[in-house]
Design a protein around this ligand. Structure first.
Ligand SMILES: O=C[C@H](O)[C@H](O)[C@H](O)COP(=O)(O)O
Length: 226
């Protein structure tokens, strides 16, 4: 893993919003003409979209949520369906938790299922996060998406899970949060993955990410994982 400053100098805007804007602008610079780009979801990605639009690149984008799709289209970005795509050049997305060794929790906005598919399809998956997202170890809650079929049974087998008072995902899944203890994220991820009725969980292993761009108060650190 290598680390390098992604911005030359600190700016006076060290608020959380300023941090989100800086990491998003740093990530936008990684996108090049002709690329097929996966767009994440959330308040950090909201800063990525105008930064990308300003660059006026010839790119095609696929969004992980209706919210991002509408915002990107309104800015003039070319957003289309996932369709038969089997690889993106790059995807850029936010995170709720980021550990020093690259484990993530995503899905605070309930988009983690689509986000994980887009990340897994991308040659380069760039995580952008403000400094509040940096954690030593992952902790609950872990967002989960569940099939409506047999929901009570799935919830009973998961244990320690609370349904979220939000609409179903665009794919019809029920959104909940898992509050079980996380001693080892790989073990928790396997337990969740192996629970029948669970569509996807919000733990992203380090192998999914290639880059993490993390704000550090007044600066930005860009780590390359592979
Ligand atoms: O479902 C939402 C996504 O995983 C977001 O990328 C994540 O919750 C981070 O969102 P934000 O940038 O708003 O903190």
């Amino acid at each position: 893993m290598t680390s390098s400053p992604a911005t030359p100098a600190a700016t006076p805007d060290d608020s959380q919003e300023g941090e989100k804007r800086r990491v998003a602008e740093a990530a936008a610079l990684l996108v090049e003409d002709g690329m097929l780009v996966g767009l994440g979801t959330g308040s950090t990605v909201a800063y990525l979209l105008p930064a990308l639009a300003r660059r006026q690149l010839d790119i095609r984008c696929v969004s992980t949520s209706p919210q991002t799709e509408a915002a990107a289209a309104a800015l003039g970005l070319a957003v289309g369906p996932f369709g038969s795509i089997v690889r993106f050049d790059i995807a850029i997305d936010g995170a709720d938790q980021v550990t020093p060794d690259g484990w993530l929790v995503k899905g605070g906005g309930a988009a983690h299922t689509r986000e994980k598919i887009v990340a897994a399809t991308s040659d380069r998956f760039v995580v952008i996060a403000d400094s509040s997202k940096a954690v030593d170890v992952l902790r609950a809650p872990i967002p989960v998406e569940l099939l409506a079929f047999g929901l009570d049974s799935t919830l009973r087998r998961l244990g320690s899970t609370r349904l979220r008072d939000v609409p179903p995902s665009p794919d019809g899944g029920v959104i909940a949060d898992f509050f079980g203890a996380i001693d080892d994220p790989a073990v928790t991820a396997r337990f969740l993955r192996d629970t029948a009725g669970l569509v996807e969980h919000g733990i992203f292993p380090p192998e999914l990410s290639t880059d993490i761009i993390l704000a550090t108060g007044s600066g930005v650190v860009h780590r390359t994982l592979r």
